[in-house]
Design a protein around this ligand. Structure first.
Ligand SMILES: [Zn+2]
Length: 71
């Protein structure tokens, strides 16, 4: 299993009502696939990483961690 460190960026995401709200974006450094999640807390980051794992078109690299994580 390959561990992939993802950059987490703070972004603004348009919600269902057309408003921009704070969110986070995780980018797969290998294929460039991006996933966004509402909110800026640790749970939102984790959700992005789970979404990447599920949706990354290249499932060879399926374990994601936040860049800067000490592990
Ligand atoms: Zn990828």
């Amino acid at each position: 299993m390959t561990k992939v460190r993802c950059e987490i960026d703070a972004v603004e995401i348009e919600n269902d009502n057309g408003y921009l709200v704070d969110g986070v974006c995780a980018t797969c450094p290998i294929c460039g696939h991006e996933e966004e999640s509402f909110g800026t807390g640790g749970k939102s980051v984790l959700r992005c990483l789970v979404l990447l794992r599920e949706n990354c078109p290249n499932n060879q690299h399926n374990f994601y961690t936040e860049a800067g994580d000490s592990q």
